[in-house]
Every structure is written in C-alpha cells, then in structure tokens.
Design a protein around this ligand. Sequence first.
Ligand SMILES: Cc1ncc(COP(=O)(O)O)c(C=O)c1O
Length: 369
Amino acid sequence: MSATASATDRIFNFSAGPAVLPESVLEQAQKDLWNICDSGIGIMEHSHRGKVFDRVIEEAEADCRKIADISNDYAVLFLQGGASTQFGQIPMNFLSPERVADYPNTGEWTTKAINDAKKFGKVNVPFDGTAENFVRVPTDADLEGQLSSDAAYLHYCSNNTIFGTRYLTPPQTKAPLICDTSSEMFSRPIDINRHALIYAGAQKNLGPSGVTLVIIRRDFAETANPNLMAMMDYRNHIKNGSRYNTPPAFGIYFMGLVFKWILNQGGLESIERRNAAKAQLIYDAIDESEGFYIGHSQPWCRSHMNVTFRLSNPDLESEFLKEAAAQRMDGLKGHRSTGGIRASIYNAFPHAGCEALANLMRDFMARKG
Ligand SMILES: Cc1ncc(COP(=O)(O)O)c(C=O)c1O
C-alpha cells in the first residue's frame, strides 16, 4: 500500500464504520505520524503527559466545544472501549436495583444497551420497534403515557446505523436524557443542553476506532453510584482530564483534526445541508423507482447517514453489488443481520459518490426492471 495515497487512488467507500475520513486530515496525519509540530517525534510516540500532547488534547476539547457550543457545565471526555462500553458504564453509574430507566428500542444497538442495563437495575421499554422490524423511531405521541414517572434517565439512539432511521428531535422526557449518537455525531446541529450525557464511538464521523467521545453534564456525573472501579467512574475521568491512564492518544489527536475540519466546513448547519443533499440523491432514486428499490425506513424518519434499501427482486442484489464494485463503490452490502443494501454516507463521504450510486441505481433499473 502506498504511503502517499493520492485522491485518485481512492474509491467511494460506503462502509458503515470504520468509515471514510476527510482526505486533508489523512494527509496531515501522514505527516504528523513521522514528526509532529517539528518536535522530531511522531504523534504516536509522544508521552501522553508531555507538552505536545497537552496541546493536542486541549485543542481537541476546545474545538469540540466550539462546534456544538458546549458550556463548562459539561465535561468533554475521550474514553476507551467503544460505544459498547457505554452501554454498561451508563447503568453502572446511574442505575441501581431499585431504580428504573427508560429505553425506547429502535434496533440492535439499543437492544444491546437494554441487555446491559438490565444487569444493574430495572428497564422500561416504552416503545419497541421489533415487531415492525425497526422501520421507524417512536414519536412523542408513542411515548406519551409509557415513560416511567421517576426514571433515572432515558436512553435513546439518535440514528440507527443498521436500519437507517433517525429521530428528528430528541424524545420529550422529564428524566435526564442520554443519547447514543455514534453514527451521526456532528452531522447536524445537536442541542447539548437538553442532554445529561451524549456519547459516540469515533469510527463513523469523528476518526479512527478506539476512542469514544463522551459529553457529560458535571452535576449529573456527581449523582453516580459510589464504589465504582476507577476506569468505569466518569467522575474519575473528569477529574483527570481523560488522562487517568494512558488515553487513546492517536484517536484523540485524529479527532482533533476532524473537529478542525468540521469548523472549516462552516460548522454543523453547513454540514447538515450538505448531508441532506447527499442523502436526497439516493432517496430520490429509491422513490422514483416505483418499488424496484424498497427503502427500509418510513420516509419521515429516514437517516441522512445510513441509507438502507432492498431490491424488490433479492436475486438481483448480488449483481447490483458486483456492478457497484466494478464502478469503484465499496461497502454497500447491508448489515449481516438485515441484508439488502446500505449506503453509509457520513460527513466525509463525497457528494460525487452519492451521485455515482444514484446513477447506477437508475441505470441498473433501466436494464433489469
Ligand atoms: C449507533 C451505534 N451504537 C453503538 C455501536 C457500537 O460501537 P462500538 O463498536 O464502538 O462499540 C455502533 C457501531 O456501529 C453504532 O452504530
């Protein structure tokens, strides 16, 4: 593999994660791997307690705060263990056998979060999309009357990576709100102040796998259970500025570059407009096809990050994927649990790739429909 891959080497990568990253960031990282800030040492070789890394983590945090206007009421943490560790860490901190938490179930990731939460306390599932095969998220009307009166928190997943659905707005609740936003973090404006805790594994919109962004309200963190092991205690990570132990240094560095890239793109409103236009190209091709392509999500809650659909004749799906591969499009096979086609088109995915896919869809239908 060339160490100096140019844009022309690269194909359209529709992978759900790890996923496409901004090319300017990859180029900068190539340089900094060798020698960052003229220090004579590469980013992966610096002590996490040295001056160079001090600057890297401070800038990453400051830029993260700038992107979403995050006040000092919140701590910004860079943790390990992926979003899946948060499934357990959250109830370990904030649930107990005598308390209940609300978990609307919108697919595989919330199912996993529910299973972990049940090990620590009671779980109320106010909406369960299983019977409908997760074709939508709940509306506030669905949740009304179903929420616990004294929930420790409500946990939801803002964008379902596998089924391609998303919440248009966070669910209404009086309980502290916790969001798994792994597959759409910083792809549209997010109201941090409505949440007690937001988390996202990096490997879709933010950087490489191995680092998890956690934004937590400081006073909520103080309500955590006592006697937690140090690595599972948010208060410990807040106190130590994400450096209680050796942090995922390269991931934090890389996320910092992606934050700068997001700011240079004009911030979240501008990113959201671009993402909406990209997604529309593919949804239009689905909707115009009059049933040749069948979108999975109900149209009102379609994800702008993961566009999921089937071909009405499933026998044609492998042929479609083969033609896509021949046109330099990779990663379109649906999740192993659902099949079909999934186009993951995160922030760094180019508009031209969505055009290429929509063109192939129309052309393929003209020949096979
Ligand atoms: C919405 C969502 N939550 C959680 C996860 C699990 O993330 P991780 O592999 O970082 O544990 C994923 C992974 O794709 C995801 O899409």
